[in-house]
Design a protein around this ligand. Structure first.
Ligand code: AMP
Ligand code: GLY
Length: 446
């Protein structure tokens, strides 16, 4: 199976490597890829967000499966154009990608499916925003309604700061979603969906803030680990039953069935699990950790999803290990990252057993240089989470460039036993009482 991966980042590098290990995959190509992906697969300089250009490339290559990585091409209708041209595609239609592209749309679908999520209101004016912020109280959560690469959310105790973020979204012509604050640890779960059915991958946890101790602004994600040693038993089953399956049902009923990765960003709150957000693609940097442990062939899985044949999929097999990845970011990320700084030490990191996946890199005068905010993800496994973390940081220690920044506390709290789940979460057997934790989400109502 000739496979084409669309996208430029670390997630796509992880997808390319995992697909290359599947014996049913004869060739993997990437577009546009990046300097690291180019070492593993031919890269084609195509604008990932241009449906015609991507379709023309798929035709030229004779691609038998196209995997669309990031949200922007999906929201731009790249999967639709490919399907119309007769290609098998893993990734949702533009209409189904609204689950990520519009937070207000996602709330509507969750309300229809009674999926537990934060209470929310949409605001288009400063007055509406102030009313909603006062109604929910602090901490305040204000989200840009549209795509913002993980950086459109402000969580603050300061009402004026919350209002200022809302104002900047209005000035850019958008609206905001204002939510109640959700406490408790966060989980990222990816469900591979074929429009009707879904197969979950192992859950992961991401680190959204730029600095140690979850301080500083939100980023696309600074590191991840998987699986979660502290996860309540039955967590994945509960997410499938209460979140993924009803969402797939509602999307199919609306005539926009969801094919691709439904990424559930969840908070395990003191009142039960709540969806923080949906994304319509694999998460970055969670994918780098999650896929490093997948033993089942990824190409076969994604092809079955694209063909609507997940009923034929046997349970996934995973390495009996933990995986940690640490993102190394450019100086001044997430504001306006420095570019063009030469990177040293990638080979030394790999010699120590880590695998280095590229996100924002480019080749300049025969050297690998920084070319984006998140530059590399250093991934390693271990028999324990602590060992995986030590191995990942041993890799990170080998790599440097001017202005480089990374968090030093990825997976630390999990290892130190500092993560606890207070709410009634996880189906434990068939006791109906276990399912009553979260109030039914009439409360998802806008
Ligand atoms: P999102 O783009 O919706 O995933 O939000 C980015 C990050 O902001 C999440 O991963 C959370 O850490 C935080 N966040 C979003 N919504 C809430 C909420 N309602 N309560 C608390 N934190 C939130
Ligand atoms: N790591 C979160 C995301 O991919 O949006």
């Amino acid at each position: 199976m000739k496979t084409l991966v669309i996208g430029p980042g670390g997630r796509e590098h992880a997808l390319v490597r995992a697909l290359a290990q599947d014996s049913s995959v004869s060739e993997v190509h990437a577009a546009p890829g990046n300097a690291g992906i180019a070492q593993d697969a031919p890269c084609h300089p195509v604008d990932a967000q241009d449906p015609q250009a991507v379709t023309a490339l798929a035709r030229e290559l004779g691609a038998e499966l196209v995997v669309v990585g990031p949200e922007a091409p999906l929201a731009a209708g790249v999967a639709d154009a490919l399907r119309e041209a007769g290609f098998l595609v893993y990734g949702p239609s533009k209409a189904a990608a609204e689950l990520e592209a519009s937070k207000a749309f996602a709330k509507e679908v969750m309300a229809a499916g009674e999926v537990p999520t934060a209470m929310a209101r949409v605001a288009s004016t400063e007055e509406e925003a102030r009313d909603a912020l006062e109604a929910f109280g602090a901490p305040h959560v204000v989200k840009d309604d549209g795509l913002a690469a993980g950086k459109g959310v402000v969580v603050t105790d300061d009402l004026e700061e919350a209002l200022a973020h809302a104002r900047s979204c209005f000035e850019a012509g958008g609206k905001v979603v204002i939510e109640e604050f959700l406490d408790g640890p966060e989980v990222s779960l990816f469900a591979v969906c074929d429009g009707e059915r879904a197969v979950p991958l192992e859950p992961a946890q991401d680190f959204k803030r730029i600095f140690d101790g979850d301080s500083g602004p939100n980023t696309g994600g600074m590191g991840a680990y998987s699986p979660l040693p502290w996860a309540p038993e039955g967590l994945v089953e509960e997410i499938m039953e209460r979140v993924v399956e009803p969402t797939l049902r509602v999307m199919a009923e609306r005539g926009t069935p969801f094919v691709g990765t439904l990424f559930c960003g969840l908070a395990l709150t003191s009142r039960g699990l709540r969806v923080i957000e949906f994304n319509v693609r694999f998460g970055d940097p969670e994918t780098q950790a999650v896929l490093s442990r997948l033993r089942s062939p990824l190409g076969v899985l994604l092809r079955r999803a694209a063909e609507g044949r997940l009923s034929e999929q046997s349970p996934l097999e995973w390495a009996p290990s933990y995986a940690v990845d640490v993102v190394m970011a450019a100086g001044n990320y997430p504001d306006s990252p420095r570019k063009g700084d030469p990177i040293e030490g990638i080979e030394a990191a790999e010699a120590r057993g880590a695998s280095v996946l590229h996100a924002g890199t480019a080749e300049k005068d025969g050297r690998t240089v920084t070319s984006g905010g998140r530059v590399l993800a250093v991934v390693a496994q271990g028999k324990t989470l602590a060992e995986a973390r030590d191995n990942a940081y041993a890799g990170v220690d080998e790599i440097r460039w001017e202005g480089e920044q990374h968090r030093t506390d990825i997976a630390r709290k999990a290892i130190d036993g500092e993560i606890s789940v207070a709410g009634p979460i996880g189906f434990r057997g068939d006791h109906p009482g276990d399912r009553e934790g979260a109030s039914p989400s009439g409360e998802a109502g806008l």
